[in-house]
Design a protein around this ligand. Structure first.
Ligand code: FES
Length: 59
């Protein structure tokens, strides 16, 4: 995985940014969105972000 890869082009949020938010305690999509802004504009990235969170969550 390339952490530089942008997962939300609207807000220029990368996969690495999502992982950082998760490391700081964001567990769900809405937490990640609140922490990074990802998904807060057009919403097209929501599905991909949800899948990404599922894959990288360790609980
Ligand atoms: S691509 Fe994420 S809000 Fe538009």
């Amino acid at each position: 995985m390339n952490p530089e890869k942008i997962i939300c082009p609207c807000k220029k949020v990368s996969k690495g940014d999502i992982l950082k938010a998760m490391a700081k305690g964001a567990k769900r999509y809405k937490d990640v969105r609140a922490a990074t802004g990802a998904g807060s504009k057009c919403g097209k990235c929501e599905k991909e972000i949800r899948q990404f969170i599922k894959k990288h969550r360790d609980d």
